[in-house]
Structure formats: structure tokens, C-alpha cells
Write a protein of this length. Sequence first.
Length: 247
Amino acid sequence: MRLLLVNPNTSASITDLVVSAAREFAAPGTTIAGATGRFGARYIATRAAAAVAAHATLDAYAEHARGADVVVLACFGDPGLAGLKELAHQPVVGMAEAACYYAATLGRRFGIVTGGARWGPMLEEFVRSIGLSERLAGIKTVAPSGADIARDPERAHAMLVDASNALVEECEADSVILGGAGLARIAARIAERVSVPLIDSVGAAVKAAEALGNLGPSKARVGSFAQTPAVETVGLAAALAARMEGR
């Protein structure tokens, strides 16, 4: 099985991190390739950056999707997820989407810990969009961004542990997601210091993608996620223009 991890952040180092972490979770026989956003923010941490990233997601998919069996949107918050599911010929898994659904199976309510203060309300809106707002116990953000945490993960461990346990004690979370490509691998390192299951969002996305790949669902032929109707475009990269124009 071949997974394509699309990282709409424009930091190749984050792509390398998430691909490396994903390979640790992948089953034997699963191969993983990464694609980095061509334009936009180095690390997505605001609404404006996420809006640009939605375009970058589709652009990277169109350029790199050939040969992939399943596509993973490897940015917690899943910018452009619905558009990618419409455009893609393959099944698509969002990192945040997969982690939230997985967390919801572990108890009554789940919490999310991530880096970057502005992600709090953005993730509340995302969880609402996938129908899980009643299962969300709360969200805690730590001051460093995911990119900062990726550069010095050891320094962030105490903050992430404290935020995770606060969700348990203050919000009665039954599980906690460490959300973000920049937080990959940290869950396993601090799990013993958190009193409920701690979920690595990269691992959740990889296992969900493998499950979908094994199921082999066909592309919808009707409805809002059926193949994108051909439209005229202006100013898009050649690969994305060809996809959207039906060429």
C-alpha cells in the first residue's frame, strides 16, 4: 500500500519529520511518501495561513498523487480536507479527523493539546464541522508553535504533560490527542506521565489510512464528494489546473 502524506506547511523539515514518524506506525508493506506545500506559511498557525494552506493542499496533491493508494492530509486542523476529498481519486484521511474519531472511541469525551494559541478556536470549529463537538472535553494550547516544539521537543515535554493532565482534571477528558505534525512521536515519550490514553495524531492518521486502503472504497459517483465537475481556471499550477479542468 502506498500512502501520500500532504503537508501544506512549506517547511520541508516538518514533512521529513511527519514522514519519518509515519513510517514507525506503518504496517510492513506500506510505503510512505511526503509532499510539501509549494507556497504559504512555513508553519500554519492562523486562519489566514490555513486558508492559503487549503489551496496548497490541493496543489500538492495534484502534483504528487500519481501512484498513491490513500492520501493523508498531514496537518492538524486539516486545511482543505473537504475540497481534497472531492478532488482526489483515492480515499483521503485528515490527521485531525482521524485522531478525533479514534479518540472518541476511547471514552465519553476527549481533549486536544497543540502548539499555538490561535489554534484553540480554529480546532473548536473543526471538531464541530465533523460532528464531534459534544464529545470534545476541551482544548489546551501551549505557547510554542508546533514548529518550535519540533525544533526542541524535550523542552516542551513538561508543558504538554501539564496541559494534558489539566484536560483530565478540569474537563474530565477520557483521552487526549497531541495534535500536529510538529508533535509527532512525543505521545509515546510522555504517555506514562499522563493519566489517560494519549494519542499521536500522526499514528492515528496512518492507521486510519491503512484501514481505508484495505477496505478499498470506490469514489462516489453522486453527491457533494463525487468527482469535481470540470471548470475553467485561471492562474493555477499546471497539474491542479488539469485536474480541475478535467484534462
